[in-house]
Write a protein that binds this ligand. Sequence first.
Ligand SMILES: Nc1nc2c(ncn2[C@@H]2O[C@H](COP(=O)(O)OP(=O)(O)OP(=O)(O)O)[C@@H](O)[C@H]2O)c(=O)[nH]1
Ligand SMILES: [Mg+2]
Length: 452
Amino acid sequence: MTSDPIAALATARGTAALAVVRVSGDGAVGVADRCFGKPLDDVPSHTAHVGYFRHPKTEARLDQVVVTVFRAPHSSTGEDVVEITTHGGDLAPALVLDALLAAGARLAEPGEFTQRAFLNGKLDLTQAEAVADLIHASSRQAHRTALAHLRGDYARLLARLRDELLETAALTELELDFSDEDVAFADRGHLADLLARAETTLSDLLGSYRFGRLVRDGVRVAILGRPNAGKSTLLNRLVGYDRAIVSPIAGTTRDEVEAEAEVDGLRLVFVDTAGLRDTSDEIEAEGVRRAEARAETADVVTYVYDVSHGLSEEEHIRLESLRRGSAPVVLVANKRDLAPHAALPGDAFAVSASNPDDDGPARLAQHLASVASGQAGAAEAAQVVTNARHRQHLAAALDAVRRARVVLASGLSGDLLALDLRAALHELGAITGQVTSEDVLSAIFSRFCIGK
Ligand SMILES: Nc1nc2c(ncn2[C@@H]2O[C@H](COP(=O)(O)OP(=O)(O)OP(=O)(O)O)[C@@H](O)[C@H]2O)c(=O)[nH]1
Ligand SMILES: [Mg+2]
């Protein structure tokens, strides 16, 4: 494990009042000391010092800064850390970073600060991954989930599960050690209870992944319907600005048009598509093919029709086929203003997309968010699995626990039971980082940006 001093800009580039450059590692304080007008070597931990930063070789003054010293192990990485708060903008932080590199630090790799925090036991792997999620969070739900994971709520849930399985495994192994004497230490009923509980927890966690993915990546909502139904008008209302071209000419939209809005803490990504019809126009036909394909990959499908025309036979057939797909379908009866008394199918959502005073589109957006999260089974933030790597290990752990339950129920030898329990524990350990390979670690930390 290396602990040479690494440095990087911790804040985003661009114009801002302040920026932060960080150094971490053995000798971090010495590196900063070589660039700072006042001696830092003996200053106590957690103290801030105002002064000028200079290039160690040229002695040129670079910026007036605040230097904060955190001494190991009481720092974010567990190593000596110096944070230099510079003025913002592109130049001051870059010059300060250059000075630190000239004074003996090396530019950090992406995620290297967090990796060191993990290796020094400041964070477990789920918390380290939550740091990356928090940085990338683009909706309140994503932020809430990442924060719960960062606080360690999720890690504690997994630790509790692991402890229970460990207890089961220990009892089983104890019994194995004394198998010659034919004694049963483990109360098999108690073991069965523990395993049943573990299975429920694991399947709940796995079940939350669909919601977790929606939280992290946003909900993809496809907007489908006949030409001129008002799909693009609706898209513009849903996102609150004129994203797509609207016209009375049927066949206006050809390429997919995407736009986003945050609704009830979820990020909804609306995809407006070409109106569905048979057409000899090659470009429009390609648009129709894409619209049909979009229906299959969307998380929610909205089917928009014009109430003043009603739903045609062809549209009924199309709706039936959409409803056989995996995504829930929301039927939207648009242009309600043109036919306020027309009978609507029971599940239709009536809107007048072109009327800015109609609150139908806003209510529709909320309905879509609740359909998406209801469909996915929204759960406590701490219990939402957002990470594909975790899902893989949880699924393997669940398989192992299920096998263990079968072995236990059939009264087979404790050897097999111990084997399955060990496999489940191994999978859980892989999630939190108790068992990991170098490859996994580098794959995880390379997702970070430099300076994190
Ligand atoms: N009266 C009324 N007109 C509407 C409403 N919504 C849309 N329109 C009009 O319907 C026409 C078609 O609207 P678009 O949003 O372009 O329809 P589209 O479904 O995107 O059509 P394509 O892109 O051709 O598939 C435009 O003239 C809109 O102004 C509505 O609620 N009431
Ligand atoms: Mg359109």
